[in-house]
Design a protein around this ligand. Structure first.
Ligand SMILES: *Cc1c(COP(=O)(O)O)cnc(C)c1O
Length: 395
């Protein structure tokens, strides 16, 4: 059977996506126009948060979030070593210190019991915040992190890049969307092409906190405000007028240019319209993987099939992972490994982290493999991937 290459993730671009972008190209604004506000509104409504702030990418979202939460020199933040490096890097951008805590090997999420132990082993006030990750799309039980954070006065920044559309039931039995701001102070998303919603590059911060929202709006554009009500300078104009002229703006913080363009936002809006459909397809793919592998003894562990999982990744933990990876490549099935533990990256080693510091994450890394999962994966391709995995272990 001759097949085209099957990556682990791939964007879907429809004719209506293309039309939406073309319409923006023909419009008056390429950036800072109406598409940004429309995308923010649509995204906030999809996630169920009060506010959404569109930014240049997920990394910028993490950076601005960390700044707005007050991370600075000496601030200690707890996070998981099982994520993309951008998550912990954001703390370092602000001069803060990353304190890794290991994962729970069952869920692959930051282990709340270990986080509690870490916090309780130090004087109160040692740690300022926690960054849990909805890793692979598995929803963090954020109400539990909120309760812990409140006990010790910590903030929570949720890295929801893998979980748009993910849900969990809180302690009241109420369904909560990942990143909806009901428990975490801020949440962030990415619109890189491998993520659920593609803008090329793009990111979003969601929150229910008006103060943080206003801070973030300013930080996104150089720390500048155009809002008359916020001006701090007192201006004396010639002619005796004491008022701000029409052109007047103020830079009140040191911010950045982390804006998204209207071109990207129009693609995001169009993609968001089929987010539910795409998520359903991901769930169907996950279910079939789960059923196909659940009785196989070469599988040590696989992604669970649970309600609320957003299935950004479908992960197996297997014997002879390298052999499987190489074997599948021969058939142009390009699996991936998510992720090499952050604390063992040379830069983090230079900060003092070493092998053995995070045993659960390190064990997981040694046998994990992420299978193709994306909305345009055909049934034929999907079956081909499953058959080849089984045939590798039966040969
Ligand atoms: C993709 C990703 C990021 C970074 O997003 P970019 O848009 O690529 O900057 C951060 N955290 C996680 C978990 C991600 O998957």
């Amino acid at each position: 059977m001759s097949m085209k290459a099957i990556p682990y993730g791939r964007q879907q671009i429809t004719e209506s996506d293309i039309e939406a972008v073309v319409a923006t190209l023909r419009s008056e604004f390429l950036t800072q126009g109406p598409q940004i506000a429309a995308f923010e509104e649509a995204f906030a409504s999809y996630i169920g948060s009060r506010y959404a702030i569109a930014v240049a990418n997920g990394t910028a979202a993490l950076h601005l979030s960390s700044l707005s939460l007050g991370v600075k020199k000496g601030t200690k933040v707890i996070t998981s070593p099982l994520s993309f490096v951008a998550t912990s890097n954001a703390v370092l951008y602000c001069g803060g210190e990353v304190e890794f805590c290991d994962i729970n090997p069952e869920t692959l999420l930051l282990d709340i019991n270990q986080v509690r132990k870490k916090i309780e082993s130090q004087p109160i006030g040692t740690y300022s915040g926690i960054i849990p990750i909805d890793f692979a799309g598995y929803p963090v039980q954020m109400d539990q992190f909120r309760a812990l954070a409140d006990e010790y006065g910590l903030w929570i920044l949720e890295d929801s890049c893998h979980a748009p559309g993910g849900t969990f039931n809180d302690f009241k039995g109420k369904l909560q969307n990942c990143g909806n701001g009901n428990y975490a102070d801020l949440a962030i998303f990415s619109f890189h092409p491998v993520k659920h919603i593609a803008c090329g590059e793009g990111g979003m911060i969601t929150t229910n906190n008006e103060k943080l929202y206003n801070k973030l709006l300013k930080l996104r554009t150089h720390g500048i405000t155009k809002d008359l009500g916020e001006f701090q300078n007192s201006i004396k104009l010639s002619g005796g007028y004491n008022q701000y002229p029409g052109w007047y703006i103020e830079m009140q913080d040191i911010g950045f240019n982390y804006r998204l363009s209207d071109i990207q936002a129009s693609l995001g809006i169009s993609q968001l319209k089929r987010a539910d459909k795409s998520l359903l397809k991901r769930k169907q793919i996950a279910k079939k993987y789960f059923e196909s592998f659940k009785e196989k003894d070469f599988i040590n562990s696989q992604s669970r099939f649970i309600n609320g999982h957003a299935y950004h990744l479908y992960i197996l933990q297997v014997e002879n992972r390298l052999g499987l990876y190489e074997y599948l490549r021969k058939f142009k099935i390009y699996t991936q490994i998510h992720y090499f533990p952050i604390h063992l990256m040379p830069y983090y080693r230079s900060l003092g982290w070493k092998e053995g510091d995070m045993p659960n994450t390190e064990n997981y890394y040694n046998n994990c493999i992420s299978l193709p999962i994306f909305p345009t994966l055909t049934d034929e391709e999907h079956q081909f991937v499953i058959d080849k995995i089984i045939s590798f272990y039966n040969e």
